[in-house]
Design a protein around this ligand. Sequence first.
Ligand code: PLP
Length: 365
Amino acid sequence: AGDRGVYNFAAGPATLPESVILKAQSELYNYRGSGMSIMEMSHRGKEFDAVIKKAESDLRRLLSISDDFAVLFLQGGATTQFAAVPLNLCKPDDPADYITTGSWSDKAYKEAQKFCKPNVVWSGKSEKYTKIPSFDEIRQNPDAKYLHICGNETIHGVEYKDYPEPKNKNSILVADMSSNFCSKPVDVSKFGLIYAGAQKNVGPSGVTIVIVRRDLIGDPQPITPVMLDYKIHADNASLYNTPPCFAVYICALVFEDLLDQGGLQAVEEKNAKKAGILYEAIERSGGFYVCPVDKSVKSLMNVPFTLQNSDLEKKFIAEAAKEGMIQLKGHRSVGGVRASIYNAMPLAGVEKLVAFMKDFQARHP
Ligand code: PLP
């Protein structure tokens, strides 16, 4: 658990690689001999220019992003993208398709109602957001400009394992990947647009990454604020205005670390192992712990579960915290327990949690 003595299971902002935090700490006061902190220098100076360029080129390597796509470092969180997507890809009367598999895709749909004519083409609400639809179940609109999905629902713990294709060949796939970004390889060429708030797998809060096909941008709705116009940010290499410099710097360190680990294939293998032992512990508890999510779409990143005896949940979370496993409380909208096990959560942290779960169960027969 490092010198800080805890394993942090927060859903975001979340734990980052120990080596990244220590490196940032060592460079915080005097960045590479510049006499300035990265927080104190011009975003147009040579030091920061090198940081943002490296962040972009390392991310392009990690996800094999071709030059057909722009990579943008923006502000406003993934929530701002809920509006930016329809503003850039639709006119006010254009239809767009939304699959709602949890709270986040539902929020994206609701925001889009202000800027285009979105349709929910499949909803998991009646089954308490425990499923992802099969391709045949999605009733797509033939005129939809895009099909929007949330790659991983952070609150409900459902994650796409295969991505749907828009049935209409002029439509594009748009994904909110905030909570599984860079947790596994993704074929970016299958998407028109991917967006992700950084604060789960790749950095602190404050920067949102957008990967968008260049031919789709440049014709936003007239009311689009400059800050939400992808073309303006693409033409200015994310330096149209002052970017979130410190957050971009931390992302650059994380991307370098992910490449050093062998890239996203290697990262996915580690994530699958961690999630595997945790889900197995839940399944083998004989119903003491319950994860409601359909087996085939269980998230590798966020593992929500309840205790059969819900009166014990508070005690479980408090005792785990005493033993150095913190931020295990489920989202306020659903309760229960949630273990977020992003890239930076070590296997040892999950093993410790599993051992604690077995011990807690034994003490509460
Ligand atoms: N989408 C998903 C999948 C999320 O998990 C979150 C936040 O947790 C958001 C969107 C909203 O992100 P932000 O708080 O950066 O606006």
